[in-house]
Write a protein that binds this ligand. Structure first.
Ligand code: HAM
Length: 425
């Protein structure tokens, strides 16, 4: 039978079998980010379209062709393709610059769905999820390095080991203005034989030519002048300080002079963390400094630095032990009618001690109940029959070792919990 309804192309259901890895990633994020003084912010999925055009940049691929934009009443609204602009919008709207003092920037993080109408492939969805962090109110290179240290610590915590940090500087506004001229001059003789996108970009926003997907053009662009070779003294000093600070943290990186990132708001530091385990869509994390963005969208002059990580891609590269999904502590097995009758009260008692319990909702043969206990991965089976109830002690079987012992009712929860510790979870 053909399915009448399916999830839209590029969107996915995250099923119970996969949710353990997601929840682990989410709790590790909250735990690690709190250690660095970050607090969560939740902003709406819908924002004014203009916000993204203004910040991400009208000539970027995201704004030109990937946004879910529609009219609602007489407004043009967009489902957020990223969350830096919304966070900055909230920061300005709530006048939070008043609470940041020199040396005490606002540190914010978020988790949630983002939407880009891209061509779906492995590691690339139309609805995907990001973990992101933004630091507002500090231009110091120490912030760049500390924030990179935080995401590296998170990746370590969830066992993402195969990865490389790539770093570059795209300079400040003055650097970029000078570089734009250099690049435009270099491009002029090449453009007639380059693709349409390159020709359009050369006029609209020359730095965007580096987003080109055509191999021949990309190859040629390798010869183009590199912004990192033309940094102002100040930008060069900032970049050197970020590198020194990363060295002090013991974080390995490679300088990638071709790294420009696909969004317009960056200045000075840009970085990506890529993973060889991912295939073509290999970026786990992308971010950088955006010292002009707050002002660009109507706020005061407040510098910013941040990153976002793709949750689907992290989940794909998490270690086996970090992905292991949750299993019940115990499966109650009813022996006969009297056993079945006793199940609800016993299940409730154990659950109230904090254990996770599966229990039959209808009388079933012993064999079927044991099969079910194994299938859900329960650590223990607990036998509940007339004799056990009369004796006040129950057979508790460790389903990994096959060992069974009799345990008094008052000691059941403790015995199951000890077993959980012995199993390492
Ligand atoms: P971005 O590089 O566009 O940056 O996205 C960051 C990460 O989100 C990517 O490295 C990737 O892991 C994930 N991602 C992006 N698009 C998709 C997709 N279609 N499917 C699956 N995963 C995807 C930003 O969004 C900036 N807001 C980062 C930032 C924050 N810069 C400063 N602060």
């Amino acid at each position: 039978m053909a399915l009448r309804y399916q999830a839209l192309r590029g969107t996915h259901d995250i099923l119970p079998e996969e949710i353990g890895a997601w929840q682990r990633l989410e709790s590790a994020t909250r735990e690690v980010f709190a250690r660095y003084g970050f607090r969560e912010i939740r902003t709406p999925v819908l924002e004014a379209t203009e916000l993204f055009a203004r910040s991400v940049g009208a000539s970027t691929d995201i704004v030109r062709k990937e946004m879910y934009t529609f009219a609602a009443g007489d407004e043009s609204v967009t489902m957020r393709p990223e969350n830096t602009a919304p966070v900055v919008r909230a920061f300005v709207e709530h006048a939070r610059h008043r609470t940041v003092a020199a040396g005490y920037p606002e540190r914010l993080y978020y988790l949630g769905p983002m939407f880009r109408y891209e061509r779906p492939q492995k590691g690339r969805q139309r609805q995907f999820h990001q973990i992101g962090a933004e630091v507002l109110g500090a231009a110091e290179p120490a912030v760049d390095a500390e924030t990179i240290d935080m995401i590296v610590t998170l990746l370590d915590a969830v066992g993402v080991r195969e990865r490389e940090l790539r770093l570059n500087s795209v300079g400040d506004t003055a650097t970029r203005a000078r570089y734009r001229e250099l690049l435009t001059a270099w491009l002029a003789p090449h453009l007639p034989t380059m693709c349409d996108d390159c020709r359009r970009r050369a006029v609209e926003n020359p730095l965007r030519v580096f987003d080109c997907k055509v191999d021949a053009d990309r190859k040629r662009l390798e010869e183009a002048p590199r912004v990192v070779d033309h940094l102002s003294e100040e930008s060069a000093a900032h970049f050197a300080a970020v590198r020194r600070s990363l060295d002090a943290y013991g974080i390995a990186y490679v300088v990638d002079p071709r790294l420009v990132r696909g969004l317009d708001y960056y200045e000075r530091t840009v970085f990506e963390i890529v993973s060889g385990a991912l295939g073509a869509q290999n970026a786990l994390v992308g971010g950088g400094r955006y010292d002009g963005l707050v002002e660009e969208i109507g706020g005061p002059s407040v510098p910013g630095f941040g990153f976002a990580a793709g949750m689907e891609r992290i989940v794909m590269t998490m270690s086996e032990e970090a992905r292991a999904s949750d299993v019940p502590d115990v499966a109650l097995v009813a022996l006969g009618d009297a056993g079945f009758e006793a199940i609800p009260a016993l299940a409730q008692e154990l659950r109230r001690t904090g254990l996770s319990v599966v229990a039959p909702v209808a009388p079933r043969p012993l064999g079927a109940q044991m099969k079910r206990a194994e299938r859900v991965g329960a650590r223990f089976a607990l036998f509940v029959g007339e004799g056990e109830i009369a004796r006040g002690s129950y057979g508790l079987k460790d389903l990994r070792t096959g060992e069974q012992k009799d345990v008094a009712r008052a000691e059941l929860a403790g015995a199951i919990r000890d077993g959980r510790i012995a199993h390492g979870r």
